[in-house]
Design a binder for this molecule. Sequence first.
Ligand code: C2E
Ligand code: CA
Ligand code: CA
Length: 578
Amino acid sequence: MTLAVKSFNSGHVRLLVLTPEYSDYLWLGALLAGDSEMEPDLTWCPDLIDCDDLIRNTHFDVILWDCVFHGGSEDAFLQYLSASSNEKPVLALSAEPVAERAPGLLSNGAADYLSRQGLDGWGLCRAVRCLWYRQQLSEYAHGQLGKEVASGFINRDLFFDRLQQALLRAERASQRLALLHINLDDFRSFNESFGYQKSDQIMLKLAERLRLSLRRMDSLMRIGGDEFAIIVEKVEDSLDITQIIRKVVNAIGEPLSIDGQNVVVSASLGVATYPEAGESPENLMRRANRAMFEAKRDPGTSYRFYDRQLHITAGYQLRLEADLRNALRGNELEVYYQPRIDLASEEVRGVECLLRWNHPERGLVGPDEFIPVAERSGLIVPIGYWVIEQACKRLQESSELGHPGLVFAVNLSFRQFHDRKMTETIFRIIFNANVDTSLLELELTESAMMHDPEYAQRCLRELNQLGISFALDDFGTGFSSLSNLQHLPISLVKIDKSFVQELGHSADAEHIIRAIISLAHSLQISVVAEGVETEGQLEFLRQQHCDEIQGYYYARPMPWSDLVQFLDNRSRSACLQQ
Ligand code: C2E
Ligand code: CA
Ligand code: CA
């Protein structure tokens, strides 16, 4: 081992320094300059967006992270760093003593922690050097592994070792893990018709394609002549696994070209998940293997989960996703509208646009069932634009029908921010529709902005400049306090219905609602209460000077034609009262 380390030990150590202050960057540079052997090569990054770009596109050996550099949550940022840098070691720095900060940061993925108090060149160089060596060692091991995969099989011990490591990580982070065992169907006949060498080329090409379809953190290994294993880490729920299965199945289904000849292969996939299917590498492998053999019974490329319930859920989700793709094309989606009533004037201030799916076999499917599928598959992006288009169209119509000035609120999901052309596309939609943008409101949750807060803020500002306003949805269920939101262009908060529905049952709910309303008002932000169903809830909210009400008490979400009738009726009765 010592020999191996020695042979790596030359050249520059490439460091990414994440700190907002230039003076801190210079100070760290000066401390590290003392080490002539490491020849540190530093890159300073004070900006979150540049950071994402640098991490994904540039090679670094060690990341030096000033803990004040994050987009809202230290823990979330640390997890993001480790995932997007391909697990480069992160050396965390902050002012607090080691005993206070190190345990939390280390358990969240930091490789080491140093307190800035009394930090000297020797201490910093030693820590960086340690991480650098460790990183080189692990890259060396992976490099070996890569070579083995390319040349054919991976040593079984090495495979179990990797699975064991992954299982330990999953256990520590209380996360799920999935093991996919893939076996090519009827590989023997390939060997017979193409010969061993060409059949091997088929496997290598397939490996390459599978690798491209996986996330960077997933590991693919060839474990036999016609077999692969994939370790999928950080699986949150069955939707995550179904996405991966979908990609793998698609990758296998595409024809492969060998010497100008197109070859189509099929394979059987067995899936075993930790902790459901076992906690040891041996158990997991055995069960994935068993599931794979069951999949062999189905013709073509097919998969089976060891866990029966997961198999049912995954199958259901994959079918739902395929159906949803058709739904958008086949006009099966429809927008319902739920009125929002101004408490002082009793007038309809606006409507929230809520998606419904008229499924040809299953009837009306609610968004809680299909929005998560749309989000994971990315389909929410085109669907989301379609909803905005509908809202613009109805906005125009409502004014022509004698109901001008209604606000149309559309929900925006976190995944829509992943579309880097979001502001541009929304701009194009509203420009084409030629509507008054001050009547368009976008509702988003705090989590929508968590992933990349700086980018999300920029989007909000750009859209806000076009006249669009923003509402914070499900308020009270997230983490941020209202004062954190002061710098965002948010003009409205929607109190989550869970609080409203607790009114009369819990004093806490009353306190929370009171506090939200008074704080929002002090920041010139209006408040809508959602999920109002009873007279009692309405009375309480009126006393607290809540601005608007949305809920079954006044109206349920309804199709467009019903809404028009609802609006007509209300105008008529308002006229009669005058
Ligand atoms: P949300 O944005 O919190 O929408 C409010 C939900 O509360 C709606 O559920 C509405 O029907 C329901 N609701 C309103 N008043 C009451 C009431 O008095 N009592 C009760 N129990 N419920 C009430 P819905 O329509 O099922 O939508 C569920 C969620 O699906 C929405 O929650 C939203 O997050 C999402 N969603 C709906 N349409 C879209 C869309 O176009 N895009 C995106 N990204 N998400 C959408
Ligand atoms: Ca909403
Ligand atoms: Ca809501």
